[in-house]
Design a protein. Structure first.
Length: 131
């Protein structure tokens, strides 16, 4: 069992890893922690790389918490894949689609709404040369 004190290093490793299998294992561990601990760690994590941004959004969607709404709203204006992941996470957090409409492209919101019907899961980010 991992305690909530493990959230910060696990989130950092999860967002930075290039190995898909490691990301999946870390994600499973993070889902066992409290939402508060995970989202506090996400808020403190510098999300410079697109892959880290996407992973942060996917983690926020898998373990929704209103604490991540500001981060997700900011990422909504990012790269298309990040924008979609942010929209999905915001919807999972309970943000109304109507409030997202003015902040994102219609195709992003439509796709997020369509995908919302499926069970959220952590997806590995394919970085091309990941080991």
């Amino acid at each position: 069992f991992l305690g909530d004190q493990a959230a910060a290093p696990l989130v950092r490793a999860y967002c930075q890893t290039e190995a898909e299998d490691r990301a999946l294992a870390l994600g499973r561990g993070l889902l066992q922690l409290s939402a508060t601990a995970v989202h506090q760690a996400l808020a403190a994590q510098p999300l410079v790389e697109t892959s880290a941004q996407q992973r942060a959004c996917e983690l926020a969607a898998a373990k929704p918490d209103p604490m991540s709404i500001p981060m997700l709203t900011q990422l909504l204006a990012g790269q298309p894949r990040v924008s979609l992941a942010a929209a999905e996470a915001l919807l999972a957090t309970g943000v109304a689609p109507a409030s997202l409409a003015p902040r994102t492209e219609p195709v992003v919101l439509d796709t997020a709404l369509q995908r919302r019907a499926t069970k959220p899961r952590l997806r590995a980010v394919n970085l091309g040369g990941a080991k």
